[in-house]
Design a protein around this ligand. Structure first.
Ligand SMILES: NC(=O)C1=CN([C@@H]2O[C@H](COP(=O)(O)OP(=O)(O)OC[C@H]3O[C@@H](n4cnc5c(N)ncnc54)[C@H](O)[C@@H]3O)[C@@H](O)[C@H]2O)C=CC1
Ligand SMILES: O=C(O)C(=O)COP(=O)(O)O
Length: 485
């Protein structure tokens, strides 16, 4: 699906270029993108959005009217890093946004420079959007993670500053699971080593230490989207599957959940890791855990680099404890493609690279045409739904709020989006402000310290919008106000 969100279809065919005329033949997609105006051109443009920029990132200071960040039709600036798929880029460009797409991530100083004036940023797993970076992002309203993981973003800081974060929760799960299947067989048959040898002209036809996977036990750590998909594929090859997860989950096929990580490590011939990067999973596999593993077993990590203690793994491999290992992720991954053997990162030390039957891949678990294309569409649509309509469905750090339709085709209708601190008394005060008009629909929800209110109101004259906006901005609870009409 690459079309404009359905709710947007109900947006009237208005001319957002500032001359105020209605053009029924105008392209819908373009019309939606035209729903940004400025305080200055209010009288000229019937379709406009006000955005506020937090004057301090705690959201404590009230902004003055001067701090309103107005947009003309093409004023939405989007920065896409890390080679976001063309599918996503095209959806965003079709909206008329200004899109700059770069192939790699950026070092922090360059990121800070670039992020200063963009309204939207799209990243993948590499770009670190920490609080110290985000505090420079004065105009940022939304972040799109064109991947599954969101550990690279300070989600709490973003929410507290009115920046919504989206990801693609399962578009690449199958790709990771398939890579695991391939890698399990490669390790079992030492295919990486045989291939490397033959690339060097060495014929080494051996069967010692090479095994079928049929009948072997696969231990999956983290039985979410990737882990459960892998479970099904592994069973179809005749493997016995056990898994460990902090949550009680339904077993796929004939797999079974075990009660502890140690229990899994003691039973599994192959251990694969599919947990998120959180404090509890840091160095989850270290010396003790490697000691629990069966002699000659295999370890595969396609989750995050911090989950495996790499020096401990090197020691276990050197001691002959494991039969092999595969790493797709590393604690410090390079920003872009190219040779990285001689940098000062410790991820690719010679000790690791010269180990036998260790397969090293450059974080490509989710890197297939299918996955990237699907992720591009999914995240780009979430971004434009958020920018154009304020909808947070699928957000990872905000409450999920959407209203069934926009009634902007009727005169004097507008949508208010009010992100505020989740403290008592706010709704009463907001509704005192909105209550002078007719509230057609309203939804509010909270997540932790942040609440999100969306209301469609009618009977508002254009001359009243500025005052309405300012009244909401003046409330002490305000994090960000947007008025779309
Ligand atoms: N190598 C690659 O290219 C890719 C890597 N990933 C990584 O894989 C991770 C897993 O992806 P999904 O399966 O989609 O995530 P998910 O959120 O669907 O599943 C993660 C599972 O891990 C479990 N879990 C959390 N903490 C745990 C702990 N301490 N011990 C055991 N289980 C725990 C959760 O309960 C959940 O069931 C992502 O967070 C991401 O970091 C994801 C996609 C591609
Ligand atoms: O989806 C994820 O979390 C991944 O790890 C894949 O990341 P990538 O998009 O390849 O940078």
């Amino acid at each position: 699906m690459t079309s404009t969100p359905s709710a947007a279809r109900e947006i009237p065919l208005r001319n957002g270029n500032g001359n105020g005329s209605t053009n029924p033949g105008e392209d819908l997609t373009r019309t939606v993108s035209s729903s940004f105006g400025t305080l200055d051109n209010l009288s000229k443009s019937p379709t406009a959005t006000f955005h506020s920029t937090p004057s301090s990132y705690g959201g404590h200071q009230k902004p003055s009217t001067k701090q309103l960040k107005p947009f003309h039709t093409e004023d939405i600036k989007i920065l896409l890093l890390e080679n976001v798929n063309k599918t996503g880029q095209e959806i965003l460009r079709k909206q008329g946004y200004q899109v700059e797409a770069l192939k790699s991530s950026l070092p922090e100083d360059q990121l800070i420079e670039k992020i200063r004036d963009v309204h939207v940023i799209g990243i993948r797993s590499k770009t670190q959007l920490t609080a110290s970076v985000l505090k420079h992002a004065k105009n940022l309203i939304v972040i799109g993670c064109f991947c599954i993981g969101t550990n690279q973003v300070d989600l709490k800081y973003a929410a507290e500053n009115g920046i919504c974060v989206f990801n693609s929760p399962f578009s690449n799960s199958r790709s990771v699971a398939e890579q695991m299947i391939g890698t399990i067989i490669m390790l079992a048959r030492q295919i990486g080593d045989r291939s490397n040898e033959l690339h060097q002209g060495i014929w080494n036809k051996v069967s010692a230490g090479c095994w079928e996977v049929r009948g072997k036990t696969l231990g999956i750590v983290g039985y979410g989207h990737v882990g459960s998909q892998l479970s099904v594929l592994a069973e179809s090859m005749g493997m016995k599957v056990i898994y460990f997860d902090v949550v009680n989950l339904m077993s796929m096929g004939t797999s079974s959940q075990v009660h502890s990580l140690d229990e899994l490590l003691k039973q599994a011939d192959f251990v694969t890791l599919h947990v998120p990067e959180i404090p509890e999973t840091r160095n989850m596999i270290s010396t003790h855990q490697l000691e629990q593993m069966k002699q000659g077993s295999y370890l595969l990590n396609a989750s995050r680099g911090s989950v495996v203690d790499i020096p401990a793994l090197i020691k276990a491999m050197q001691a002959g404890k494991l039969g092999g290992a595969a790493l797709d992720v590393y604690p410090n991954e390079p920003a872009g493609n190219g040779p990285h053997f001689n940098n000062d990162l410790n991820d690719f030390t010679e000790d690791l690279r010269k180990l036998k039957n260790v397969i090293l891949t450059p974080h490509i678990g989710g890197s297939t045409e299918e996955a990237q294309s699907a992720i591009g569409v999914e995240v780009a649509e979430s971004l434009l739904n958020y920018v154009n309509l304020g909808t947070t469905s699928g957000a990872v750090n905000m409450p999920e709020v959407s209203l069934r339709s926009l009634t902007l085709d009727e005169p004097n209708h507008l949508r208010v989006v009010y992100i505020h601190k989740n403290v008592p008394g706010v709704l009463r005060r907001v509704n005192e402000i909105l209550g002078d008009h007719n509230v057609d629909k309203q939804m509010t929800d909270s997540r932790g310290d942040v609440a999100y209110l969306m209301a469609d109101i009618s009977n508002v004259n254009i001359s009243e919008i500025k005052a309405l906006y300012q009244s909401l901005e003046d409330l002490g609870s305000r994090i960000r106000t947007r008025v779309l009409y």
